[in-house]
Ligand binder design. Structure first.
Ligand code: HEM
Length: 464
């Protein structure tokens, strides 16, 4: 019958799928082996997509820094094309990208955004997070949701002007949308969409939901934008949306239009929530595994900050051990192992090769963060990787979890503030306790070709 034929067709497609999934996985996880065989620059094919892989610190640095302009393009991803249509920051190119990126950077750096500094916004959220953690009453819990809500709320505060209550229905919907999109982006099926777009258009799957979610997110931002317009004071922008609206007023021919406002906002949520909250979640797991490291952070907090005031950014320079721990967390978890795909903006001479304009480039971050010349025993978690023999903080050129060069993460400064302030505020108030024996805790990231994450876990927090 027809339906049997349909079933058979589906089975065949599933089989084909599985085959593709396997191929993509094998390819990506074997980059190290490929680099040993072919050297630091080689080409792979992911479905129909041709990719030049840059492996190792020298090749990555030469491309992203020394030939920064040429390697500053964003690789074309079919899924991103469908969703962003070249708008916003992450997936745009050329003049549009330059303008929107510069605007986001200056706005996030505090210029022209009302009376409350970004630091204060983070401190405010940290207090709400602590209160929420206190309410777990020493019972075991999965920290994913509290951390996601806190980090997401910081972006809400910057973009929309204020945080939301953790119970607010609008806030929860917004977070569900971004989290679902993040999850889907991470999913292999979504990755496959990028590599086999024509095939995937015929198959229902997570990527269809991704498109629907983006539409819903858009409606939310448009509603906020309308509210902002009604109360806009040109001389006193309150947040990212106000600052963007003012740009729109100043020049109606520019890239500052509604489409780019909505997409830039979504970009900040997508790029800024999962990344930072996953880093914190993984960091807490690592501290559960190594209570002696947690103990040293406690000591430094007690010594420099004490118990009676909130941590602030000025404390960081006096806290080399804590700073080293946070760097080592970011190095070890290797959050975005392959980087976000780049592209060359014109025909590019690179070492002995000519790379044609538009070619997709993977400047592999993992190959730099895991370099054993710089970090002895890179597979081990060791804050000593960022300390000198006197216990002072040691900077490293190989520390590039945010990438490097012209595309370097727009949220780097914000993310580093969040990691420092949220982590120190948590540890100022609590001792972490694992419901299972620390020797049974597995801190290795779940391998992914997009964004790494720790295995799910539970912890207890005991008030200090
Ligand atoms: C621990 C936290 C974070 C990590 C590890 C991280 C990492 C990255 C990486 C690897 C890239 C790609 C860079 C490249 O293409 O070379 C990126 C891009 C980006 N990130 Fe982050 N990120 C983090 C947090 C944030 C936050 C908090 C925000 C925003 C508020 C943000 C916004 C962006 C944006 C807008 C881009 C695109 C930049 C462009 O295409 O020009 N990120 N990030």
């Amino acid at each position: 019958t027809n339906s049997d034929a349909g079933g058979l067709g589906r089975d065949l497609l599933l089989l084909l799928f599985w085959h593709l999934v396997k191929n993509v996985l094998v390819l990506c996880l074997n980059l190290l082996q490929l680099s040993v065989k072919y050297g630091p620059i080689f080409t792979i094919y992911l479905g129909s997509l041709r990719v030049v892989v840059l492996y190792g610190q020298e090749a990555v640095k030469e491309a992203l820094i020394d030939q920064g302009d040429e390697f500053s393009g964003r690789g074309k991803l079919a899924l991103a094309d469908k969703l962003a249509k070249g708008t916003g920051i992450i997936f745009s190119n050329g003049e549009r990208w330059k303008q929107l990126r510069r605007f986001a950077l200056t706005t996030l750096r505090n210029f022209g955004m009302g009376k409350k500094s970004v630091e204060e916004r983070i401190q405010e959220e940290a207090c709400f997070l602590v209160e929420r953690l206190r309410n777990t009453h020493e019972r075991p819990f999965d920290p994913t949701i509290p951390l996601t809500h806190a980090v997401s709320n910081i972006i809400c505060s910057i973009v929309f002007g204020d945080r939301f209550d953790y119970e607010d229905q609008k806030f929860l919907t917004l977070i569900n949308l971004t989290e679902e999109n993040n999850e889907l982006f991470r999913s292999l099926l979504a990755q496959l969409y990028n590599f086999f777009p024509t095939l995937m258009d015929y198959i229902p799957g997570p990527h269809q939901l991704l498109i629907k979610n983006s539409e819903e997110f858009k409606r939310f931002v448009l509603e906020r934008m309308k509210m902002h317009k009604e109360s806009l004071d040109l001389s006193c922008p309150r947040d990212f949306i106000d600052a963007f609206l003012i740009k729109m007023e100043q020049n109606d021919q520019s890239e500052f239009n509604t489409e780019n406002l909505v997409r830039s906002t979504l970009d900040l949520f997508l790029a800024g929530t999962g990344t930072t909250s996953t880093t914190l979640r993984h960091g807490l797991l690592i501290l559960l595994k190594y209570p002696d490291i947690e103990e040293k952070v406690h000591e430094e907090i007690d010594h420099v900050i004490g118990r009676s005031r909130s941590p602030c950014m000025a404390d960081r320079s006096q806290m080399p051990y804590t700073d080293a721990v946070i760097h080592e967390i970011q190095r070890f978890i290797n959050l975005v192992p392959l980087n976000v795909p780049h592209a060359v903006t014109r025909d590019t001479h690179f070492r002995q090769y000519v790379i044609p304009k538009g070619t997709t480039i993977f400047p592999v971050l993992q190959s730099v963060l895991g370099d054993s010349r710089e970090f002895p025993k890179p597979e081990q978690f060791n804050p000593g990787h960022f300390l000198d023999e006197n216990g002072a903080f040691r900077k490293s050129d190989f520390f590039i979890p945010f990438s490097a060069g012209k595309r370097i993460c727009v949220g780097e400064a914000l993310a580093r503030m969040e990691l420092f302030l949220l982590l120190t505020t948590i540890l100022q108030n609590f001792t972490l306790k694992s419901p299972i024996d620390s020797k049974d805790i597995d801190i290795a990231p779940l391998p992914s070709i997009a964004v790494n994450a720790p295995k799910p876990y539970q912890l207890c927090v005991l008030p200090r």
